[in-house]
Structure formats: C-alpha cells, structure tokens
Design a protein around this ligand. Structure first.
Ligand code: AMP
Ligand code: MG
Length: 318
C-alpha cells in the first residue's frame, strides 16, 4: 500500500462546485469528509469495497465494524433493505433525520460486503443535512460514512476537528461549520416483533416505540451489536488456520501476495484490495468443498491490522 498522503486536505465551503468536486472524488473511490446534522462523516461509495476500505485506512480503525449507509430517499433505502410496515412508519415520521435503522438486507443489494461487515443486515439512515443530501444525489449512490475522526478519538463536529484528526488522510473536507446535534444518530434494530435500541442518540427511544407500534426491548442485550462486541458476527462454519504459506491436504487456502492459494485477497499484496475482498473470500471458502480453511500471512501494517483482527475472530474456537 502507498504510504498515507501527507498533503494537507483541501477544505471547501459548501456550494455547488464543492459538491461536484466531492462527487468526483467519491466516484473515483476516494473518501470525503462531509457535515451531517449529527457529526461530520467520512463518506465513500458504499457499493465499492475498495472505497470502503479507504475509510478504514484513513481512520486507522483496527477492526471492521459495520458502517451506516446513507441514502437520499426512502426509495433508495428500499432498494437496499426490506422495510417492514414499522420501518416505513419510522422512515415516514423521522427521515430525513438522526435515526439509523438496522434492517434485513436485500439479496442482491449492491452494497459492498465490507460496508456491512458481511452481515445479513444493513444500517441505513437518510440524513437531513443539505450538504450530505446533495452529495448522495451528485454521487448518485449510497454513501458509507462513519464519523470523520481517527479511530478511538472523539467525533468531529467542525471541519477543523476533522482536519486535526484526519489531517492529510482525507483529500477533501466540506466545511459546513458546526453540526446541529453534535451527537451520533440513534440506532435502532427493527425486528418483526420489537425494536432494539443499539445506540441512544438525538431521537428519543420512547418516540420510536410509539411511532412503530412495537415494544422497545429493554433487555441488557441492547447494544450487543456495538463495536467490539461483534466477535462472531461473521465467522465461517469451518475451522480456520492463520499465517499459512503451505496448506495441508483438505485446506482451502486464501492467498495474499506471493502466496497464491485457491483464491487470493490480493495477488499484488495490496491491503486495500485485500480488505475489499475479505468477506467475499471467506464466503467462497465456506462454500468450497474443502473441510478446512487456511489463510496466508497478512503483514500487521495499516489495514493489515484490521484484516488480521477479523481473521483472528473468524479463527477463534466457537
Ligand atoms: P458509526 O458509523 O461509526 O457511527 O457506527 C455505526 C454503528 O452502527 C456501529 O455501532 C455499528 O455497530 C452499528 N451497526 C451498523 N450496522 C449494523 C448492523 N447491521 N447490525 C447492528 N449494528 C450495526
Ligand atoms: Mg465514531
């Protein structure tokens, strides 16, 4: 992987030209920092695994958590997920706004597996901020966007926070001054028979329950899908061995770089490509006839740290 860019980011006040410039970068697979009504987001094309991998690279995130996918309309959301009547009621009442819903993903959805961390569900939000809405429309695709701060640091609520936290690792920051809420969106999982509050936020949970006409689960399990608690959220159904250059008989080898294997994360040893291909490669290994899976060594540098984190979780005994 090329070393992180050290050029200072371009910071543009929001107008039609700035949005077009941002959309060109997004379509080219780059990240752009953009204000929303909650906090600044680090946005990239949610349909491109490599673009999503660049979000992780820029944030220096040591693990792959599912990201929120931002859309500009309920129709766009409905193309990606199944919206139950309760979910539609919530969308009608509270979108655009600081509400993220975790919904069953549609089969054949164009969203990159890395954006949902290989899950069968997808977190979707329609933001209210005009800049984010304009960017989704100009890029003409859903945008994955976690908060625009380095991993483990506080969320950015001004363009200056973004620049201080991400520096030259983001090519463009759209400056929309301070964000309205300054707090991340409320996240609710909409199940058939109940709502589960996964993250409290600007929208009160009691309001969600009355709009959806569903009970809000108060069990301690709420939040179980929060970052770091998703150890086994995607794990293949077969034993998995790491750091393998020479497979044993009966092993399906996922290669990297010079280790070719039955499949490869990246023949050229590119961690961005490897991250983009990770969940697909695990699914293919699971579907193969071989009884066991082996994975070539991935250097513990840059995105390699998050890739190894995911692989170690997948290899953990269950
Ligand atoms: P961020 O994008 O950094 O604001 O974080 C997104 C949050 O949404 C994280 O807490 C994720 O765990 C949560 N999330 C995203 N997708 C899902 C999903 N499919 N199921 C459960 N939680 C999710
Ligand atoms: Mg964050």
């Amino acid at each position: 992987m090329a070393p992180p860019e050290i050029l200072p980011p371009e910071i543009l006040s929001i107008d039609g030209c700035a949005i077009q410039r941002a959309a060109v970068l997004i379509r080219a697979g780059q990240c752009v920092a953009v204000p929303t009504e909650t906090v600044y987001g680090l946005a990239a094309d949610a349909t491109s695994g490599e673009a999503v991998a660049r979000i992780y690279a820029a944030k220096g995130r040591p693990s792959f958590n599912p990201l929120i996918v931002h859309v500009a309309s309920i129709e766009q959301a409905a193309a990606l997920a199944h919206l139950s009547p309760a979910a539609l009621s919530l969308a009608d009442a509270l979108w655009p706004g600081p509400l993220t819903m975790v919904l069953p993903a549609r089969a054949g959805s164009p969203i990159a597996a890395l954006a949902t961390a290989g899950l069968a569900t997808i977190a979707i939000r329609m933001p209210a901020h005009a800049a984010m809405q304009a960017l989704i429309a100009a890029a003409d695709r859903p945008l994955a966007a976690p908060s625009a701060n380095a991993s483990g640091r506080i969320s950015a609520t001004t363009a200056a926070h973004v620049a201080a936290s991400l520096g030259g690792r983001v090519p463009l920051i759209l400056d929309g001054s301070a964000t309205q809420h300054g707090l991340e969106s409320t996240i609710v999982a909409v199940d058939a028979d109940r709502l589960r509050l996964l993250r409290p936020g600007p929208i009160d949970a009691a309001i969600l329950s009355s709009i959806a006409g569903l009970p809000l689960s108060t069990e301690a399990a709420a939040g179980i899908e929060a970052p770091g608690q998703m150890a086994s959220h995607y794990a293949p159904g077969k034993p998995l061995r790491l750091d393998v250059s020479t497979p044993q008989p009966g092993e399906w080898l996922i290669g990297f770089g010079a280790v070719a294997g039955d499949d490869t994360l990246s023949a050229s040893g590119d961690p961005i490509e490897a991250a983009a291909r990770l969940f697909g490669a695990l699914h293919r290994a699971d579907a193969a006839t071989a009884a066991r899976i082996a994975v070539a060594p991935i250097p513990m540098q840059g995105l390699g740290i998050a890739i190894n984190d995911r692989l170690r979780r997948a290899a953990a005994p269950r």
